[in-house]
Design a protein around this ligand. Structure first.
Ligand code: ADP
Length: 489
């Protein structure tokens, strides 16, 4: 597939890193493949350790300029970036679908979602302020100011190639920070297109850098350089822990959005049709490759059969196919190893006593890419690996449980704590259970929890910090206290 011919604005097709306002190549390169047909889309330059160092130096210089801009100026540049992103929605969505596989209309939804963070943060820039404080000494004055943290390294995953960047970059820029962004090697093209639009928006040189290459070489510079003051990361818990260890040496701030094992709880008083629709919406977004994807669908015994019947009807209708085909509801998984991993989880569940209701096999041969069938599994035990690890694929796995107390115990029996979903019409249950669930976000009768205005993030091994709303911007600021000794005593 020749992507440059598919874009309305071919200048968005970049294969070099963006450092200090310039496009920079490297000695090595890596291939970016389309998971729907395994064709190579581009060879992207790997800028290596030297490129990472150059980007951090540029960001340190960029920070000195950007931090002094007025909030009004930051708002203006961010709104320009927003306008350009919105204008280029179709092209950005094309890059997402090509390199990551999700259906094109869903990719457009990701651009709208991601743009929301730019819009919200642009306006939030003007609302960053301190407070005047009462202090004990007569005549003295105390106040706080909020200042940008400094250079921020952002490391992002492939499942939301645009939104995971804007969700970090926009609030950081609003606060006055500068950035070195490293996208996932699977999805650098969307990130580089966003850099091109940032260039056109007019961020000062060095404020916004995007580097591509081998994580093992770029990562240590991005976490270890004394110029970097914060690491913002979305990805696996394993890599999150590694980055946190690397950050510990310099006592750098971390904001980590890691893995999940989301329970989707359906109580006996729930609207079962709404719950089945909710599972289908949340489960098949990005082909099940999201950290908030329902991983354990826990249904109260008495309604389990009726619920599974409804879910079977929904999942049977989900069609896998190339994301550029308008009939496709889900695209491929990110690569063949992901298909093998998901298939192994399903096979193991079946040998452990679970029953496949729909799907349950790879579709790679039929469809010629990294596809897995939309799948529904019934009757698994909570000890199965599929219940304990993040599935990250289009497999809905239903479990049965007795009552509120048992369900809460099972739901919380995991090291993760990102998103949970609760379907019930009983207000007492809403309060008891949402307070009892050890999760950072709870969707009550709501299958989508994220938005630009609200706090996104997890507890336990699902992460630290929040993205979105005023909290997302606050993460990128330091609180400073100033005491002025008594002047009139
Ligand atoms: P996934 O398994 O979904 O790809 P990862 O946590 O491995 O999730 O990847 C998320 C991001 O972290 C990607 O940009 C990846 O390149 C990056 N990454 C992986 N390993 C490291 C590392 N050792 N140092 C820095 N970044 C890393």
């Amino acid at each position: 597939m020749d992507l440059s011919n598919r874009l309305n604005d071919p200048a968005l097709f970049k294969t070099q890193s963006y450092i200090n306002g310039e496009w920079v190549g490297g000695d090595a390169s890596f291939a970016v493949d389309n998971p729907a047909n395994r064709q190579t889309l581009a060879e992207v330059s790997d800028v290596g350790e030297a490129g990472a160092k150059a980007a951090v130096t540029a960001a340190a210089e960029g920070f000195r300029v950007w931090r002094k801009t007025s909030p009004f100026e930051r708002t203006r540049v961010l709104l320009k970036w927003l306008e350009l992103i919105q204008e280029h929605t179709d092209d950005l969505a094309t890059l997402i679908t090509a390199e990551m596989g999700k259906p094109w209309r869903e990719a457009k939804g990701e651009i709208a979602y991601g743009a929301g963070f730019v819009e919200w943060s642009a306006h939030e820039a003007a609302r960053i302020h301190g407070e005047t404080l009462p202090v004990p000494a007569p005549g003295a004055r105390g106040w706080t100011i909020r200042q940008p943290v400094g250079v921020v390294s952002c490391i992002t995953p492939w499942n939301f190639p645009a939104a995971m960047i804007t969700r970090k970059a926009a609030p950081a820029l609003a606060a006055g920070c500068s950035l070195v962004i490293k996208p996932a090697p699977e999805t650098p093209l969307t990130a580089l297109a966003l850099a091109e639009l940032a260039d056109r928006a007019g961020f000062p040189k060095g404020t916004f850098n995007v580097i591509c290459g081998d994580a093992a070489k770029l990562g240590p510079v991005m976490t270890g350089s004394p110029d970097v003051r914060m690491i913002g990361f979305t990805g696996s818990t394993e890599v999150g822990k590694l980055l946190m260890r690397q950050a510990a040496d310099g006592i750098k701030r971390v904001a980590l959005e890691l893995g999940g094992n989301a329970p989707f709880i359906v109580m006996d008083d729930a609207d079962l049709d709404a719950a089945a629709t909710g599972v289908a919406q949340a489960k098949f977004r990005s082909g099940g490759q999201t950290c908030v994807s329902p991983n354990r669908i826990i249904v109260q015994d008495s309604v389990a059969d009726a619920f599974i019947e409804r879910l079977e009807a929904k999942i049977s209708a989900v069609k896998a196919g190339d994301g550029f085909d308008t009939e496709s509801d889900i695209g491929p998984l990110i690569h063949d190893e992901a298909v093998e991993r998901v298939d192994a989880l399903v096979k193991q569940a079946v040998s452990g006593g679970a029953r496949i209701v729909v799907g349950g096999q790879p579709l790679a041969d039929e469809l010629g890419g990294s596809f897995y069938a939309p799948t529904l599994i019934d009757g698994g035990s909570f000890d199965l690996e599929i219940a304990r690890s993040e599935i990250f694929g289009p497999v809905a796995s239903v479990y049965r449980a007795k009552d509120e107390e048992q369900i809460l115990g099972l739901a919380n029996d995991t090291p993760y704590g990102l998103a949970a979903y609760l379907y019930t019409r009983d207000m007492g249950r809403v309060h008891r259970m949402s307070e009892g669930l050890d999760y950072g976000m709870i969707g009550v009768n709501a299958p989508m929890v994220g938005s630009a205005s609200t706090p996104f993030g997890g507890v336990k091994e699902s992460g630290i910090g929040r993205e979105g709303g005023k909290w997302g911007v606050e993460e990128f600021t330091e609180l400073k206290y100033v005491l002025l000794a008594g002047v009139n005593s």
